[in-house]
Design a protein around this ligand. Structure first.
Ligand code: MN
Length: 674
């Protein structure tokens, strides 16, 4: 490819200005124009490694940010971002010419430069620290830095192999997680694929080839499905926009590695997007799509009523296209789409606020906290250690009800949180509320959660089975210490008791009969004690597998409520009377049943089906795989197959659970009992 020339710089600059005129005023565009003239004059005849005029870099970086519709200062600073580093321009000169805001943006971006000569480990940590601080001061710095990095990644082929590796690695370790954290997926995906290409060239080429080989076939299929959905929904009077986006190569690669799948097993190479105007229209559209297509069971996800922790909202479903191939359809409002694609920038645009507003918003609480740490922690090494783990997701930051931040290892639960606060809080824990909802105490916390621990002096202490799910090593140590102490006390008291009643044989009161539990295969265990008398609350009538909580009544034993029962908040006025409770399976005679599963005939499907049995300890007595059901099989269609399994299910609940789990498997089409 020939390097760009001065006339390419002019062409790109003109298209930048034409775009900016779409939302900036004449004066604002003027600022950007002056920045261009200044930067071009300063860079003079400097060249990029490619041999192109240097200005092609700042201009194309600014163009990358056009989709985000940011303010004039950001574009001016993008054009100027290398003048302090690479020319004789000074901060004072920038202040005099463009004002203090633009000058400080350029200065901040410059400070993020020049870190490449430290050892990689140090370099990365120091980079993280600087980026976070600059970002906290003004998020626009990060946009400029990400655009700078993306353009450098796009032109990486001109550098030495050594530099390619280092820069690609740094991009994958720092800039990709950062863009992800800020929700700027558009930049993230491209950076990620470019870094992947340099870090793992063989795998990249292989996947790119496989995707390309399927492309023509898939494109025709996707195009016809788009048209079908578009006209279907328009007929129903919805104003929709349907598009298909191929998934990025790195996400395919990650899925293959994480889920142990082959390329052929990954069907959703393309996601169809349906954009509508309002939330009710999202559900309407979902209904119409379900009416018109065969739905793959167990794949409907409602992230509108339950958004992902990072704020992502959408309805997802998987349907079978006209050739029998599954296709993921994502339905969302145009506003949700904007937030998803542009992350923080979308908030920016809508609020028309300044960096301060963004930093104040709920979503950036973690950022605020890091800045506070910077003040509290004297050594930069310690600060870096703390923030590194957060950005790279090894830890979660959660909040106390008062708003203090607690730093826990990723995967931590309310129990870890409780012990982190104080050993007594952990030892007296009977329940937990996360974001004002009562949750099971083994719930995994995510960054941003507000956690409140419900304690009781009569809690009975931590249970040995908590050791199964707690995460922090210190939590385990606390629980073990408590259990050991209890054991000793128990031994002592038994000895004392034996010396009083020397002849009395040990006897146990038989457990009283249970009332009101719908599934006889399960019983309720309160505080680890299955013999406590319990009454099921009529207000919410909990049934297995509802999450439950016990309430110690005066004289009527323990009442069991659903954890989300409307009465819990008022009962929690006396938190010492709430106790932990859960379901436990009563071992029973096995029931033999025959299950017939129709699936796509793809590699690994037998394994995944039998795994659902194995992980529930269900004994398979007989299994048969009827090859290739010929159901409108076309070229490239894997065809279908039928698997017949005779198995011993311990009880109905496990049976239904297994059936549901089978229905939820990607390649499974239907499951029935014979
Ligand atoms: Mn640059």
């Amino acid at each position: 490819m020939k390097p760009e020339t001065e006339s390419d710089v002019d062409r790109d600059y003109e298209s930048l200005i034409a775009e900016l005129k779409g939302w900036l005023s004449g004066d604002e565009v003027g600022l950007v124009q002056r920045a261009f003239v200044f930067a071009r004059q300063k860079h003079g005849d400097q060249k990029r490694a490619s041999g192109a005029p240097y200005m092609i870099h700042p201009v194309q970086a600014a163009l990358i940010l056009v989709n985000f519709r940011l303010d004039a200062e950001t574009y001016a600073a993008s054009l100027l971002h290398d003048v302090l580093e690479d020319t004789d321009a000074t901060v004072e000169e920038l202040q005099d010419t463009f004002g203090p805001k633009v000058a400080s943006l350029v200065e901040s971006v410059t400070k993020l430069h020049g870190l490449n000569y430290l050892s990689r480990e140090e370099n990365n940590l120091e980079n993280v620290r600087k980026i976070l601080l600059a970002m906290a001061a003004d998020l626009r710095v990060v946009f400029i830095k990400l655009a700078d990095r993306l353009h450098n990644m796009r032109t990486l082929q001109y550098l030495s192999e050594d530099k390619q590796q280092r820069i690609a690695q740094e991009t994958m370790e720092i800039y990709v997680p950062l863009a992800h954290r800020l929700g700027i997926y558009e930049l993230k995906w491209e950076m990620e694929d470019l870094a992947f290409r340099y870090l793992n060239p063989d795998e990249y080429r292989r996947l790119a080839g496989l995707v390309a080989a399927k492309r023509a076939e898939r494109e025709a299929f996707v195009k016809s499905t788009i048209e079908q959905i578009q006209s279907l929904l328009e007929e129903k009077g919805l104003h929709v926009q349907v598009s298909g986006r191929p998934k990025n190569l790195y996400s395919i690669h990650r899925k293959m590695v994480q889920q142990g799948k082959t390329f052929e097993e990954i069907y959703d190479l393309t996601a169809l997007r349906v954009l509508v105007n309002t939330i009710p229209e999202c559900y309407l559209a979902l209904g119409y799509v379900h009416e018109a297509f065969t739905v793959v069971p167990g794949r409907v996800k409602d992230y509108i009523s339950l958004p992902k922790p990072n704020g992502y909202q959408s309805l997802h479903t998987t349907v079978l296209g006209s050739n029998g191939e599954p296709l993921e359809v994502q339905i969302r409002t145009r506003r949700m789409h904007e937030v998803d694609e542009m992350g923080v920038a979308a908030h920016w645009k809508y609020k028309e606020g300044k960096a301060a507003d963004l930093v104040d918003s709920e979503r950036f609480a973690w950022l605020r906290q890091m800045v506070d740490w910077q003040r509290d922690v004297p050594s930069s090494g310690e600060f870096v250690e703390r923030v590194k783990v957060d950005v790279f997701s090894d830890e979660v930051l959660v909040f106390t009800p008062k708003g203090d931040v607690i730093n826990l290892p990723a995967g931590s639960t309310p129990v870890d949180f409780a012990y982190h606060i104080h050993t007594d809080v952990g030892n007296n824990l009977v329940g937990a509320r996360v974001n004002d909802r009562i949750v099971p105490i083994d719930t995994e916390l995510v960054t941003g959660d507000r956690v409140q621990i419900i304690t009781s002096r009569n809690s009975g202490g931590p249970k040995a089975d908590w050791l199964r799910f707690v995460k922090a090593a210190s939590t385990k140590a606390h629980i073990r210490a408590y259990l050991r102490k209890k054991e000793l006390e128990h031994e002592v008291s038994e000895k004392v008791e034996a010396a009083e009643h020397p002849h009395q044989p040990a006897s146990h009161t038989p457990a009283p009969p249970r009332r009101g539990i719908a599934d006889p295969g399960f019983r309720i265990v309160v505080h680890g004690d299955p013999t406590l008398p319990v009454v099921v609350a009529p207000c919410c009538n909990p049934q297995y597998p509802d999450e439950i909580l016990g309430y110690v009544t005066r004289g009527r034993g323990v009442t069991i409520h659903r954890a989300d029962c409307v009465n819990i908040p008022s009962l929690a006025m006396e938190p010492e009377r709430l106790v932990e409770a859960h379901w436990e399976m009563i071992p029973r005679k096995m029931k033999e049943r025959t299950v017939v599963i129709e699936t796509l005939n793809v590699p690994g499907v037998l394994y995944r089906v039998s795994e659902e049995f194995a992980k529930r300890d269900i004994n398979i007595r007989y299994m048969k795989n009827a090859e290739h059901l010929a159901v409108f099989k076309k070229k490239g269609d894997p065809g279908r197959t039928q698997i017949k399994i005779v198995a011993e299910f311990p009880n109905d609940t496990i049976y239904h659970q297994t059936m549901d789990a089978l229905r939820g498997l990607t390649s499974v089409i239907s499951v029935r009992q014979q």
